[in-house]
Design a binder for this molecule. Sequence first.
Ligand SMILES: [Zn+2]
Length: 76
Amino acid sequence: MTLSDAETPVCSAKGCRAAAVWVLVWNNPKVHTPERRKTWIACEDHREHLSQFLGVRGFLKDVVLMEEWEARGAAG
Ligand SMILES: [Zn+2]
């Protein structure tokens, strides 16, 4: 392995050190304006867990592959 940790996005799940491959796009209407987008990144194992966490609160907007998100320009 030659990848450096600094260049590898790591999963947002607590305690997880796995490389993230998914971007979870969310918005909390109580604290964010409607067009604001927050993101969590997740590894394959935690995508479902984090999606459910956001989903049950009604925060989840989108789940996209990291490479697709970057291709979109990751505009804030
Ligand atoms: Zn993870």
